[in-house]
Design a protein around this ligand. Structure first.
Ligand SMILES: Cc1cc2nc3c(=O)[nH]c(=O)nc-3n(C[C@H](O)[C@H](O)[C@H](O)COP(=O)(O)OP(=O)(O)OC[C@H]3O[C@@H](n4cnc5c(N)ncnc54)[C@H](O)[C@@H]3O)c2cc1C
Ligand code: SF4
Length: 321
């Protein structure tokens, strides 16, 4: 597959990146951010929504910061290790992403901003043409969604990043920066339930870094991932849990790969604790009930949903050990 032509830009600072984005916007030129390129570049080769301009975040010093409480967007997943002072839960989750080779290029920012996936969409141009496209990459034809037809407004492609639920149960915040300035928000508020929009980033804005409260280092966590091949596959379902050991009121559970966004299950945890039910199976059943995967990834939705109970139970038992 040949890469479509695009102009690659290399800003050397946050200011340059934001100014460049602003000037391309003024000229009406479309662009994408690129970090490790392990997702966006294969998509370009498949002619999935390529843009004429690509802005690399690699030259921005601040984006490479790495400590227990601050992780820059350009930090490669292979650097998320306990030796580098990173929480063991993040190290565990990062070690389960793709393969060791991909983890050397793949970044934290790229993982959190990963495009949503669908087996009608992550295909070559010829394949997609043969089914007359779909709503998310319709090539101007107004094609329908193949998963939920006859609506043509919503894409339900699945978010299949591994890190997000783990950052969520550590109470992480994200720092976003763009032509309109800087803003910080809990990661739980970053995602938007729409397989095309995906998150709250405005055009020209990028995710600069992730911040973690000091308290997060005291949390004990566990991540359980369902995938077809352990060697490198995307999650088909993923459950992260953490707590401050001995204090049930601090329990947090989050999921990924079950809908268009990763989700924190605050309501289910609160109901479970309010009922005085400390049996992990009870909570696992509530989390299972709250998710509704659709048929657009490798494994059937009914199986993925049934595995949510098992994964949640294992994650909870993992933090109780
Ligand atoms: C074979 C294979 C297996 C994989 N398995 C997994 C897996 O098991 N789990 C998993 O989570 N992922 C998996 N991936 C996907 C991908 O490799 C990782 O998610 C990786 O972390 C993406 O990071 P990147 O830096 O390469 O992102 P890029 O490809 O550079 O970017 C991904 C997307 O995020 C946007 N972006 C990147 N950085 C920023 C930023 N700072 N701010 C705003 N937008 C940004 C880009 O525009 C693009 O849309 C796999 C990929 C491959 C090819
Ligand atoms: S969910 Fe529908 S619109 Fe979205 S990528 Fe899949 S088929 Fe296309």
């Amino acid at each position: 597959m040949l890469m479509p032509p695009f102009e690659l830009h290399h800003p050397a600072s946050v200011k340059e990146a934001v100014e460049l984005a602003g000037s391309l916007m003024e000229q009406g030129e479309a662009f994408d951010w690129v970090a490790g390129g392990t997702d966006v570049l294969p998509n370009y080769k498949w002619r999935i929504n390529p843009k004429p301009h690509v802005i690399s975040l690699a030259g921005i010093d601040e984006a490479h910061a790495l400590s227990a409480t601050e992780i820059g967007c350009m930090v490669p997943l292979s650097s998320l290790t306990e030796e580098n002072g990173v929480h063991s839960l993040l190290a565990e989750a990062a070690s389960k992403v793709a393969s060791s080779l991909i983890r050397k290029s793949a970044t934290v920012g790229g993982n959190l901003c990963l495009d949503t996936r669908c087996f009608w969409y992550n295909q070559s141009e010829d394949w997609r043409r043969s089914i007359d496209w779909c709503h998310k990459a319709d090539c101007g034809t107004g094609a329908d969604c193949r998963v939920i037809p006859n609506q043509n407004t919503l894409c339900v492609a699945t978010y299949q990043g591994d890190l997000a639920p783990n950052f969520m149960v550590l109470n992480a915040s994200v720092v976003l920066i763009g032509p309109e300035g800087e803003r910080t928000m809990p990661l739980t508020e970053f995602y938007q339930l729409d397989g095309m929009k995906k998150n709250v980033l405005q055009t020209g804005e990028f995710l600069l870094k992730v911040q973690l409260p000091k308290e997060s280092m005291k949390r004990k966590g566990c991540y359980q991932k369902l995938r077809v091949r352990d060697s490198w596959d995307f999650p088909e379902a993923g459950i992260a849990a953490s707590w401050l050991p001995g204090d049930a009121s601090t329990l947090l559970v989050a999921s990924t790969a079950l809908e268009s966004i990763p989700r924190i299950h605050t309501e289910q945890v609160e109901k479970h604790l309010a009922a005085g039910d400390l049996d992990p199976v009870g909570l696992a059943k509530m989390v299972q009930k709250s998710v509704k995967p659709v048929n657009n990834t490798a494994l059937p939705p009914r199986y993925r949903r049934s595995m949510v109970k098992t994964l949640t139970k294992r994650a909870l038992l993992g933090i109780l050990e």
